[in-house]
Design a protein around this ligand. Sequence first.
Ligand code: CP
Length: 308
Amino acid sequence: MAVVQHLQHVVESQQFSRQLLDELMTRASEMEREPHRAAGRLQGRVMAALFYEPSTRTRLSFEAAMLRLGGRTMGTDNAHEFSSAAKGESLEDTIRIVNGYADVIVLRHDEEGAARRAAAVSQVPVINAGDGRGQHPTQGLLDVYTIRAELGRIDGVKIAMVGDLANGRTVRSLAYLLSKYRDVQVWFVAPPQVAMRQDIKDHLDQRGVRWSETEDLESVLATVDVVYMTRIQKERFSDLAGYEALKGVYRVDAQTLRKLQANSIVMHPLPRLDEIATEVDTDPRAAYFRQARNGLFIRMALLDMVLS
Ligand code: CP
């Protein structure tokens, strides 16, 4: 496997060139196709998972990835309470300390910019596993991998990003990554209270990516290749009334599927609440569980890249 660019920290999607994306996708495909060939590659290496916010997929798929590569893992969930952050230790000091114990740090934090702060003081690679409303680059990468696997291409893809776009770090990371591909078209489907933030729109303009905004999901269903649903994120609202006003605003169900093209797909970073009805799960276009599984291969490939 040719390494085209050395990857140290993984903080934000902007740091991935098209060439690096191609290399990562190829490596993840190899991990998926021939997992036994990668077994033992990271033997003797240790991953620390520092999670200040809850997680199922990111935490467990990173652990599974490290274990499948022959490495070992340690870490803390609910780190605000169960690490010395509870005694007032700064994130920077925690990272400096963990540098002495681990070869790579996977960090999820509730503050936007936390991964960048951690990387600034870390000698070992820091991988951003989600920083507040900021980014979730490894989710964006597995989303790109999923689109490629499901549709056979990323160039030319038409995607609707739906729901809580202002607070959604996954759609932010995905938008940055998609801007590296040709002829991508994006529809931001959201109520004005949680519309996509201006920095992403400016970035897409700079990259010449066509995008538009609507509140009407139905109006784009027949056009798009990907419906990317997101949860209205209760934990990011300062007032409950603001959340209550928006929850349930978009829902994909059997009726929605009838308007979708036969070869389009429905994606979701998960967890879902009521924005995708469970009746959708058995439709072949429901890609979200396959998408979650793809996180394992992308994270195996990423750990292999940063530790090789
Ligand atoms: N998609 C995602 O980040 O899920 P978790 O919060 O369960 O890790």
